[in-house]
Design a protein around this ligand. Structure first.
Ligand code: SF4
Ligand code: FES
Length: 233
């Protein structure tokens, strides 16, 4: 089967603005968008740039906008798109380095203020800090985040202001704030409760729709909001 791929191209070193380039690609059964991008790179135009590594939804590097929706290219099957013409663009709202490759610095940097690690001031035990299965269930789904950036770059609050922590960082805060072994609330509270923290989430749900791991990010942020209120009053 032959499909048309409309791919955003941009080389900031040589061009002043992005443009679209069309490729007619003969695709095989069961192909993903990543397979098609590889086919273009290997057999049509070797200069096409995009990130990929694991090819199985683990590394998060192949997140891009596919037919208007932030998705993982390696997990998006062409037959599921049900379209003869597929538009492929970089994740929105981040600077383009080249074609489908965006600068992720701001995204990763948003994690720093929420201290995405276990904080426990008590002396460490001889072995590991034990946690019951019930306590682990409280934050279970959130550990599946692969930091692909699909959620944060689909969020209008992030589009409006890149100082907003964004859904991925808030989900990471939830993951540790609701861990029974953690005691880091006093250290995270100032950034969570700041001008660019939790309260910029207006439950628009774009993040939930974009997340390839089907994490209920809005539910996590809602619980985090209630926890921050209970800490303050
Ligand atoms: S929450 Fe989902 S969309 Fe956001 S970074 Fe993690 S895996 Fe990607
Ligand atoms: S290549 Fe690793 S998630 Fe797609």
């Amino acid at each position: 089967m032959k499909l048309n791929f409309r791919v955003l191209r941009f080389n900031p070193e040589k061009e002043t603005k992005p443009r679209y380039q069309d490729f007619e690609v003969v695709v095989g059964e069961g192909w993903t968008v990543l397979d098609a991008m590889n086919e273009i790179k290997w057999h049509h135009d070797g200069s096409l740039s995009f990130r990929r590594s694991c090819r199985e939804g683990i590394c998060g590097s192949c997140a891009m906008k596919i037919n208007g929706i932030n998705s993982l290219a390696c997990e998006t099957r062409l037959e599921d798109l049900k379209s003869k013409r597929i538009t492929v663009e970089p994740l929105p709202s981040l600077p383009i380095i080249r074609d489908l490759v965006v600068e992720m610095y701001e995204f990763y940097n948003s994690l720093t203020p929420i201290k995405p690690y276990l904080i426990n001031p008590s002396p460490p035990p001889d072995k590991e800090r034990i946690q019951s299965p019930e306590d682990q269930q409280v934050f279970d789904g959130s550990v599946n985040c692969i930091l692909c950036g699909a959620c944060t770059t689909s969020c209008p609050s992030f589009w409006a202001n890149h100082d907003y922590l964004g859904p991925a960082a808030l989900l990471k805060a939830f993951r540790f704030e609701f861990d029974s072994r953690d005691g880091g609330t006093p250290e995270r509270l100032p950034s969570l409760d700041s001008k660019y923290g939790l309260w910029r989430c207006h439950t628009i749900f774009n993040c939930v729709n974009a997340c390839p791991k089907k994490i209920n990010i809005n539910d996590a942020i809602g619980k985090l909001k209630r926890k921050v209120i209970s800490e303050k009053f």
